[in-house]
Design a protein around this ligand. Structure first.
Ligand code: DAH
Length: 337
């Protein structure tokens, strides 16, 4: 048995442990419960008593040598041993980071802006808290005229209100810039209406104006037809119905053939085959005059559409309220857009 132990001692001396893996193999082979040293201790029990003292000494030395070697190596490779003993598979690819999604109204506003920017329309913005002049009087709504009741207004005081439409930005643009003017003006607007599937106390509009020499109603029709084709596709028809707005003359509302039923008749188009999407017209000479533009020299058109309406048609959304309830089950559907 002494020979065996001496041979083992030599063997241990010659071993070099280079990494955590080798250290662990070493422990299993020599020091664990099923290791070689344990086997020798078992054998030790069977040798004659008179040899035990001598053999026992050598055995303890060999065991100590093995333990010291292991302890030293373990300190060296401690970090890596820790890593290799976790149950994580570090070779797996990482879990992808989830990106947020853009709000559908933001997506559609951007699409509208892209379509008009290719026609040379720039972007302009105005304040949501507006004075009477920009929201009403500058747009040819005379004081105490019933046309002011077309839009239920949130007044802050007699002079100041939350804007009821983005047409107010038209006035700001005309005061600040000289024609030719070509711009779209997106933004949030407010009306004192009961909240339902079809109406809300706040929503979004995009206003557009084009003022230059010789701008005609034909230009208005072509521009809006181009918009509908780009937004919804070539298969949709448009029609203009005469209407009234104080700031345009003549005024019209534009319908498109129903996106949902393709004109056959459904709930969305109330079985008419047509859906109204915007108001428009030739800018009233009074509006130009009161904002410093000579109507004998220039003419122009204007239009205004609701972004919610366009989005509802484009993505077949039936209830306006989902745009402001922040339900992720709704919003996540736009992740890939
Ligand atoms: N401001 C109108 C509204 O909110 C929409 C509108 C109609 C805008 C005709 C226009 C226009 O620029 O020419 O109902």
């Amino acid at each position: 048995m002494i020979e065996k132990l001496k041979a083992l001692e030599k063997e241990l001396e010659s071993i070099v442990l280079n990494n955590a893996d080798e250290t662990e193999q070493f422990r299993l082979k020599y020091l664990s419960r099923k290791g070689l040293l344990n086997d020798l201790f078992e054998e030790f029990k069977t040798i004659p008593n008179d040899q035990k003292k001598e053999v026992g000494k050598v055995m303890n030395l060999v065991k100590q040598a093995a333990q010291v070697k292991f302890d030293e190596a373990q300190v060296n490779f401690e970090e890596t041993i820790k890593d290799s003993t976790t149950d994580q598979d570090l070779t797996l690819p990482p879990e992808p980071t989830k990106l947020g999604s853009r709000h559908p109204l933001v997506l559609v506003e951007k699409q509208i802006a892209d379509i008009f920017s290719k026609l040379g329309f720039s972007l302009s913005y105005g304040p949501e808290i507006e004075d009477d002049w920009h929201n009403f009087s500058g747009l040819n709504f005379p004081e105490n005229h019933p046309a002011r009741d077309m839009q239920d207004t949130f007044f802050i005081d007699k002079e100041i209100a939350l804007r009821t439409h983005t047409s107010s930005v038209q006035v700001r643009l005309m005061e600040n810039q000289k024609p030719p003017l070509r711009a779209i003006m997106p933004g949030r607007v407010y009306r004192n209406e009961a909240i339902s599937a079809r109406a809300h106390c706040f929503f979004h509009q995009v206003e557009g104006i084009y003022i230059d020499k010789n701008v005609s109603f034909a230009d208005l029709k072509q521009t809006l037809y181009h918009f509908v084709t780009e937004m919804f596709g070539k298969e949709f028809k448009i029609r203009f119905r005469p209407s009234y707005f104080p700031f345009t003359e003549p005024s019209a509302e534009m319908d498109i053939s129903c996106i949902i039923c393709k004109g056959k008749g459904c709930n969305v188009c109330k079985h008419t085959g047509w859906v109204e999407i915007l108001g428009c017209g030739m800018i009233d000479p009074n509006v130009m005059q009161s904002n410093g533009i000579n109507p004998d020299e220039f003419s122009g058109f204007a239009f205004g559409m609701g972004i919610e309406r366009i989005t509802m048609l484009k993505y077949n959304v039936k209830d306006l309220r989902v745009f402001s309830t922040n339900d992720v089950r709704f919003l996540q559907q736009f992740e890939s857009e």
